[in-house]
Every structure is written in C-alpha cells, then in structure tokens.
Design a protein around this ligand. Structure first.
Ligand code: PHE
Length: 452
C-alpha cells in the first residue's frame, strides 16, 4: 500500500470516529436501557432497529450531504441551499433542541461525575443500598445542583479553549478504551445468575407489547442516539472531504452506535434480574442503580480489579458525556456568535449561564420541584420528551422532505455518488425512503400518539 493510500484510509477512520464520537454517549449507555426497560424490552429493540435502518440512516445521509454541500453550519446551511425560503427554520429548530437537550443532559452528566467520585472513594462497597444512594443524591438540591454547575464549567472550559486537536486526539484513545471496558462487562454479564432472564427480556420480543407509545419512544431514541435532527452531524459533514463515502460513513456510525447501545443492554438487564429489588422499568435511575451491582457481581472474587474497572468506567462515561455536551454547546454557541454578531466567548457565556440555570431546575425536579409538573411531566421529563420525542423526529421528517422533494435531484445524486465516482446501488431506495416512507411514517406515529 502506498503512503498516499494509507493517509487516505487514516482520514476515513477519522471521519467515522468523529461522527461516532458525537453519536455515542449517555444516549446509548443511560437512555437506551432505561427506555427499553420502560417500553417492553425486546419488542422495543426490534422497532428501534427498524427506525435506525429505515429512518435514521436516510436522515443521517441527508444531514451529511446538506453539510458537505453547503460547507456551512446548520443555521446557514439551509440559507445557502434554499435562499429566501423558510427552510432555515429547520436549522433554528435544531439549535433550540440542542439548547433543551443540553439543559437536561447535563443533569445526568453530573450524576456520572458524582458516581466517579463515589467509586473512587470506594463508597460502593458490597451491601450498599444503591437505590437509596441514588435517591438521596438526586433529591439533595445542593449536591445535584453542584454537579450540574461543575459539568457545565467543564464543558465551558473546553468550548472556550477550542474543540480542535486536543479533544480529537483524546477521543481517539477514549472511545476504544470505553469499548474495551464495555466488552469486558459484556463477557461478565453472561455469567450473572439472572443472565438468561435478562437476555430474554432484551432479545425475545413479545409483539403484543408494541403500542404507539413504544413506537414513538423507539423512534425518539433512534434520533437521539444518532444525534440526528439538530445540526451536529450536518456541521461535522462540512469538514468531510470530497472523497468521503456518505452512505458508508452513515452505515458505520449507525452500526457502532447501535452496537454500543445493545451491549449496554446486555450488561444492564442480566444484572437487573440478578439482584432482588431492581426493576426493569425504573426509568432514568435504572442504569445508575444497576451499574454498581454489575461491578460487585462481576468482580466479587477480585475486588481490586472491580475497583479499578469501575473507576475507569465512570471516568470514561464522564468523558463520553463531555464530548456530547461539547457538541451540543457548540451548536448553540456558534449560532449565537454568528446570528447576533457577538464574540464566540460572549456566546459561550450566554449558553453556559442559561443552560446551567435550566439544568439546575431540571436537577431539582428529582427533589424539591418534583411536584412542579406540566402535562404530567416534571421539567426533566418534559425537556426530554419535547426534544427527543417531538423536535428531533419532526426535524428529521423535514430534513427528509427537504432532500427528497426540495433539493435538486442532481445535487443529491452528485453528493451521494461523489460526482459519479462511486456506485450507489441503493439510490432509488434512498430517495423513496426520503420522499415517502420517512415523512408518512413519522407523521403517522405523531398523529397516532396525539389522538390516543
Ligand atoms: N447522541 C448523543 C448520545 O447518544 C446525544 C446527542 C444528541 C449528542 C444530539 C449531540 C446531539 O448521548
């Protein structure tokens, strides 16, 4: 292989890793198991996989092509490709989703920080009541707010210093390391006493469990996990080279993202069925009350190894969450910077302060603000619902319509075939999914859920 070819290969891996870095995060390890647990197990997984293939991947290719064609961030991409139209509102919606997601995502990111501290100080010894630990922590207004502030500060520092070199190099080490620990835990999961029950719950679908709520949740999770419908991947794609194969990149990112989510499920559910008192539908607390048990059960013969692995795992979880909060923060900061002609620094401060305040309110909704609900949801659940189950799929639908109906077909073809230099055997299917399937399917799911 010549030097040139190797350099080329290296950059392709870089492209995939960068996009996968944005996609893989708490969405896979925290949100996926808790949604799956509350929505009927394997039946949810099945619908989720269908959503990834038939909705997520086409929308991801579209975001890639919009970003690479326009060579601009989301807010201006639509202005470039569709000047004088209202399409730029799709970009704006993405910025708004990023703002909402960051405000509640940082709460869970704060939990990972607290769990790192607890693991490092050996607070998770055998016999601890992990459910009690979690509930005490999240309902303590000072502690949970403190971790929100700390995590936002961490994000802020990285954003101000610039997201270049450092973070990129560091994710190249971090991602494989995280995957390594996950693989070790997957192997351990098979030896847990509740392994077969847990795996049955994850893999043996009971079709009667598929309701409109399950379908909406699975679709929302697919968009959330792949970072779709809010401009992150569109911005990344503006840095892709002319020779990047968009379809292949999307397929690789989708595969990595799905694999991590499924592996998280393989770790969590056997553990849930191995410990009395844990329940699959515990919601957002599921992973946090289960993980300390996983380490205890898996390493009961080697507590020192358990200690090392658990601290490493929580640190990596913090870092995985950090790369996601950075990308969310960046979307909003870049928008404020360009739209209101403020300095980047001023933009970043505005985002940090406002998201910290909202983040604290979300954190308090597990304690003192528990009773403050709207449509039966506390603030945390409301932000999660509005962004993942409404805004992201809606914007995914609009992106599909934009690429399928509005954009000139030649532009779409040129981008996905790299100006005719690569074959795209699935082009017709891709266009069909964008023009008809995605809009109709997403609309139907929305309407069904509304009229329920
Ligand atoms: N996909 C990320 C995760 O799984 C969350 C995220 C959503 C990040 C949207 C950026 C944009 O954790």
């Amino acid at each position: 292989m010549s030097v040139n070819e190797r350099a080329n290969f290296g950059s392709k891996i870089g492209v995939i890793l960068a996009s996968a870095g944005s996609a893989v995060g708490l969405g896979n390890i925290w949100r996926f198991p808790s949604e799956l647990g509350s929505n009927g197990g394997a039946a949810f997984l099945l619908v989720y996989l269908l959503c990834i293939v038939f909705l997520g991947l086409p929308v991801m290719v579209s975001e890639f092509l919009i970003g690479r064609r326009s060579q601009a961030n989301t807010a201006s991409a639509y202005q470039k490709l569709a000047p004088g139209t209202k399409w730029h509102l799709v970009g704006l919606m993405g910025v708004f989703s990023a703002f909402l997601i960051l405000s509640y995502y940082v709460v869970v990111a704060g939990w990972t920080l607290e769990y790192t501290v607890a693991a490092a100080t050996n607070s998770f010894s055998q016999g601890t009541d992990y459910t009690g630990f979690f509930n005490d922590f999240v309902s303590n207004p000072w502690k949970s707010s403190l971790y929100v502030i700390l995590f936002m500060l961490l994000t802020h520092v990285v954003i101000i210093r610039g997201v270049t070199e450092g973070i990129e190099k560091f994710s190249k080490v971090m991602m494989p390391l995280l995957l390594f620990i996950i693989c070790v835990l997957v192997i351990c999961a098979f030896s847990m006493p509740g392994a077969s029950e847990g795996l049955n719950f994850l893999l043996k679908p009971d079709f009667s469990k598929i309701t409109t709520k399950v379908v909406l949740s699975a679709m929302g999770q697919a968009f959330f996990s792949m970072s779709l419908g809010m401009g992150c991947l569109c911005t990344y794609a503006s840095y892709f080279g002319r020779d990047t194969n968009l379809l292949r990149t999307a397929a690789s990112v989708g595969a990595i993202d799905t694999m991590v989510a499924v592996m998280a499920g393989i770790i969590i559910f056997p553990a849930v069925y191995s410990v009395p008192g844990l329940s699959v539908d515990a919601g957002p607390s599921l992973v946090f009350v289960t993980l300390p048990n996983v380490f205890n059960i898996a390493f009961h013969n080697a507590p020192v190894l358990g200690y090392i692995f658990s601290v490493m795992f929580y640190v990596l979880l913090v870092l995985a969450a950090l790369t996601s909060t950075i990308s969310l923060h960046e979307v909003v900061t870049a928008y404020i910077h360009e739209r209101f002609k403020l300095t980047r620094k001023a933009g970043a401060y505005i985002v940090t302060v406002s998201c910290t305040l909202l983040g604290i309110l979300c954190a308090l909704s597990f304690g003192v603000l528990k009773g403050a609900t709207l449509f039966d949801m506390n603030l945390f659940d409301l932000f999660d619902f509005v962004s993942a189950k409404f805004l992201m799929p809606l914007s995914g639908m609009l992106i599909a319509i934009f690429t399928g109906w509005y954009l000139e077909r030649k532009i779409v073809r040129d981008e996905v075939t790299n100006y005719g230099t690569i074959r795209m055997p699935l082009f017709k299917l891709y266009i069909f999914l964008l023009k008809y399937f995605a809009p109709i399917a997403i609309m139907t799911i929305f309407v069904n859920e509304l009229v329920k």
